[in-house]
Design a protein around this ligand. Structure first.
Ligand SMILES: Nc1ncnc2c1ncn2[C@@H]1O[C@H](COP(=O)(O)OP(=O)(O)OP(=O)(O)O)[C@@H](O)[C@H]1O
Ligand SMILES: [Mg+2]
Length: 251
C-alpha cells in the first residue's frame, strides 16, 4: 500500500519565554538586547509514521502527550524542527472545537468561511449549503452568531462542513466527544463510508470506545514519542497501563 502520510524522524520544539513578558515593546527590547531567556520544549521526539490511503487511525495518549502537535504537523500548520513530514493530498483538519470559525459570524457565514479555507469556491458551497446544514441539523440556528452555539453545535457544524465532500485526509482532534449519541452515530456512519471511498481519517480521542468502534489501528503517544503502534486492543491495553503507572497502581 502506498502511504498518504509519511513522517520520518519528526522532532518538534516549542519555545516559550522563561519569564512573563508584559508587552510587545518589552519583548522587542529584550530580543534586541539578547536577554530573552527562552525555554525549549520538545513536544515531538523522533516520530516515525506511515499511514496508508483509506486507513482509519486512532491516536491516544495522556494530556500533553503531543497528539494535537502531531496533528498540526500533518495538517501543515506546524513545520517539524527536525525530520521530514510528507502528506500527499488535501487535509481537512478539525483541530478542536471551532478551529477556523469566527464567533461573531453566523453559522451561515462560517460555513462559507471554513469552506473557503478548505479550498472550495463560493458557488460550490452555495450549491451544497442546504445539505451541510441538514447534516448538522442546525436549520433553526444557522443565522445566529456562532458565539450562541453550544459546543456540540459547533462540533456538528465543523464536522458537516469538513466532510460534506470527502477529503483525502480528515483529522478529528477531540471533535466527536462533544456530540450527542445520535450525532456520534451519524459521524461514525460517515467515517465508515469514507473508509470504503479511500479517505484517510485520523481520530484523536480519549474514549477507548470511539477508537475501538472506528479504527483498525491505533497509536499511543507518550511524552512526544510513539509508545505503541498497532492493533487497537493492544493500544488500549498499553494506554491503561500508562494510566495505572501514573496512578501508582503498577510499575
Ligand atoms: N504553542 C505552544 N507553545 C508551547 N508549548 C506548547 C504549545 N502547544 C503545546 N505545547 C506543549 O506541548 C506538549 C504537547 O501538547 P499537545 O497539545 O500536543 O498535547 P495533546 O496530546 O494534544 O494533549 P490534550 O490531550 O490535552 O489535548 C504539552 O506539554 C504542551 O504544554
Ligand atoms: Mg490535544
Amino acid at each position: 500500500m502506498e502511504p498518504i502520510i509519511l513522517l520520518e524522524d519528526v522532532w518538534l520544539r516549542y519555545r516559550v519565554p522563561e519569564e512573563r513578558i508584559r508587552s510587545i515593546k518589552e519583548y522587542a527590547i529584550r530580543r534586541l538586547k539578547g536577554n530573552l531567556a527562552m525555554q525549549q520544549f520538545w513536544a515531538l521526539r523522533g516520530v516515525n509514521l506511515e499511514v496508508a490511503k483509506g486507513e482509519v487511525l486512532g491516536i491516544m495518549g495522556r494530556n500533553g502527550a503531543g497528539k494535537t502537535t502531531l496533528m498540526k504537523v500533518i495538517a501543515r500548520v506546524l513545520r517539524p524542527t527536525r525530520g521530514r513530514a510528507r502528506v500527499w493530498g488535501h487535509v481537512a483538519p478539525l483541530l478542536g472545537l471551532g478551529a477556523g470559525f469566527h464567533d461573531e459570524l453566523t453559522g451561515r457565514e462560517n460555513i462559507f468561511l471554513a469552506s473557503a479555507i478548505l479550498g472550495f469556491s463560493r458557488q460550490d458551497v452555495a450549491r451544497r449549503f442546504d445539505r451541510i446544514v441538514a447534516f448538522a441539523e442546525l436549520e433553526e440556528f444557522i443565522d445566529r452568531p456562532l458565539r450562541t452555539y453550544s459546543s456540540g453545535m459547533r462540533a456538528r457544524l465543523g464536522f458537516a462542513v469538513a466532510t460534506d465532500v470527502a477529503p483525502e485526509v480528515l483529522i478529528l482532534d477531540e471533535v466527536l466527544a462533544v456530540g450527542d449519541a445520535a450525532f456520534q452515530e451519524k459521524c461514525h456512519a460517515r467515517i465508515n463510508q469514507f473508509r470504503n471511498d479511500g479517505t484517510t481519517v485520523l481520530v484523536v480521542s480519549h474514549q477507548a470506545s470511539t477508537i475501538r468502534s472506528l479504527c483498525s489501528r491505533a497509536l499511543l503517544l507518550d511524552h512526544g514519542q510513539i509508545a505503541f503502534d498497532g492493533p487497537v486492543p493492544d493500544a488500549i491495553q498499553r494506554y491503561n497501563q500508562i494510566f495505572n503507572a501514573a496512578l501508582g497502581l503498577q510499575g
